[in-house]
Design a protein around this ligand. Structure first.
Ligand code: NAD
Length: 475
């Protein structure tokens, strides 16, 4: 049974020991015994995950508040509530998604039938980040369970209160012979990556994503990489400034900017710039009051290192003019919602993912310039286009590539469960949510089914001109 992050004590040091070999071995044993394949097991585990969230919501909300100062309503919406919907969606569709799918058989191969049979990949590894530490651990877990896999999952050490709660609760509620949620940081993650898995699902930064892919290559393990990047918000000349400002401000400053699909920077039609910045400031005041530091609804930066990193972007070389915000307090890792105008394009704030409450605003002359700007950089995880003109929206979507798009909104394309969620190029590979998640954790096995009779001899040698004519006719 595997249910803790540090199950054994090393005899020599008395220090707890992380035994990845033993953890993964025991989970693989559970998979090989066939425990996870029955649909009943999958439903039971999803039910248990739901019960775990409902019965311990207060404890989990408190942990999220400790780690990120997440307001309870926001934490419910983006973490617990989001995950509950995901669990429900997986649970109610898994029987249908698991069914064999009949496909057509060309005349030349008949009589026969053919079908695609989804089967669980096996033992999967889920590695989660700290910014939505509950959702980004449990949501991939739910998809892996729905597809009938055994799994090992590791939350982020940078959200310790949530991570500890999840390790403890998953051991209490879920089947520990087939599901191990283990705590730990880089060392434990590296030890797990040395093991052989049948799929690795990683959410985190590009740098670590490369480490994960290297490790997976050793075992030829398929990977899903949910990474980050700089997601642009393009504001066209015809955009509704007030609504646009409100939606950008919400998407950017929720969770203090620590959202993988937060708008990283704004490209705005030049004549709208000042009105837009003013309206974003008004939205921030409406959301968080005149002093966001005193607001119960505004988050904090996860760690001192990230606080230093994000603070340095404000007032850093070439970082542009501070339109509003710009203040910070290291004692509780507060950084004010901040807008920077016209930073240098080669400055740190414009060359790295910001992942904090700092929003650079850059003017463009027209939509084509915005499109060229985006296409000159890495493919982003999300792209936002604000316009009431459908042609402008469609042209922008058609001429750019990004993991996902919201038109006249931010973050929202992550919501509908039938929209696959994932990046493209440097922002990631693979996708999940809904059926896309089920398929990510399934092998789609092709099954061709022929009776022994009749046994037509057309395909067998010797090849005669008659057979050749027949084959050409049938193919
Ligand atoms: P991270 O890459 O530093 O860490 C993610 C996980 O990897 C953690 O569990 C950590 O313990 C582990 N890890 C760290 N270093 C490791 C190493 N050397 N070897 C093995 N494992 C290691 O990411 P983070 O700081 O937790 O999260 C922020 C990043 O994640 C941002 O870039 C953000 O855009 C991205 N992100 C993406 C999504 C998405 O869905 N695409 C969602 C949230 C965050």
């Amino acid at each position: 049974m595997t249910n803790t992050s540090r199950p054994a004590a090393a005899a020599s040091t008395g220090q707890p020991e992380f035994d990845a070999d033993r953890i993964v071995g025991s989970i693989r044993d559970g998979f090989e015994r066939g425990l996870t394949r029955p649909l009943e097991w999958r439903r039971n585990q999803l039910n248990a995950m739901e019960t775990m969230l409902r019965e311990n919501a207060d404890q989990l909300l408190a942990a999220l508040a400790v780690d990120l100062h997440k307001p309870a309503t926001e934490a419910w919406t983006t973490e617990i509530g989001f995950t509950l919907s995901d669990i429900d969606h997986q649970r109610s569709h898994l029987a249908k998604w698991s069914e064999p799918r009949k496909v057509k058989v060309p005349l030349a191969f008949q009589p026969a039938t053919a079908r695609i049979v989804p089967e669980p990949k096996g033992v999967v590894l889920v590695i989660a980040p700290w910014n939505y530490p509950l959702q980004l651990l449990l949501s991939p877990m739910a998809a892996a369970i729905a597809a009938g896999n055994a799994l090992v999952a590791k939350p982020s050490e940078l959200a310790p209160a949530t991570s500890e709660a999840l390790v403890e609760l998953c051991a209490k509620y879920l089947d520990t012979t087939t599901i191990a949620v283990v705590g730990g940081g880089v060392e434990e993650s590296s030890a797990l990556l040395d093991q052989r898995f049948d799929h690795i699902f990683f959410t985190g930064g590009t740098r670590v994503g490369k480490i994960v892919m290297h490790a997976a290559a050793e075992h030829l393990t398929p990977v899903t990489l949910e990474l980050g990047g700089k997601s642009p918000a393009i504001v066209a000349a015809d955009a509704d400034v007030e609504v646009t400002a409100r939606r950008i401000a919400w998407g950017k400053f929720v969770n203090s900017g620590q959202t993988c699909i937060a708008p990283d920077y704004v490209l705005v039609a030049r004549p709208l710039r000042d009105r837009l910045v003013e309206a974003i400031e008004q939205s921030v005041t409406a959301f968080y009051g005149a002093d966001p530091h005193a607001s119960a609804d505004y988050g904090r930066i996860i760690s001192d290192d990230h606080f230093e990193r994000v603070s340095a972007l404000i007032g850093g070389e070439g970082s542009g003019t501070i339109a509003f915000g710009g203040t910070s307090d290291p004692s509780d890792r507060y950084i004010a919602p901040t807008v920077l105008i016209d930073p240098d394009l080669d400055s740190d704030v414009m060359t790295n993912e910001i992942f904090g409450p700092v929003l650079p605003v850059i003017c463009v002359d027209d939509i084509d310039e915005a499109i060229d700007f985006v296409n000159g950089r890495d493919k982003p995880l999300a792209l936002y286009i604000f316009t009431d003109d459908d042609t402008t929206a469609q042209r922008t979507i058609a001429r750019t590539s990004s993991g996902g798009v919201s038109i006249n909104g931010t973050l929202l394309h992550i919501g509908p469960p039938d929209l696959p969620f994932g990046g493209v190029g440097p922002s990631g590979m693979g996708a999940y949510h809904g059926e896309a998640g089920f398929e990510t954790f399934s092998h789609l096995k092709s099954v061709f089914d022929k009776r022994t009779k009749p046994d037509l001899k057309v395909l067998y040698p010797p090849y005669t001109s008659m057979k050749e004519r027949l084959i050409k006719l049938l193919q």
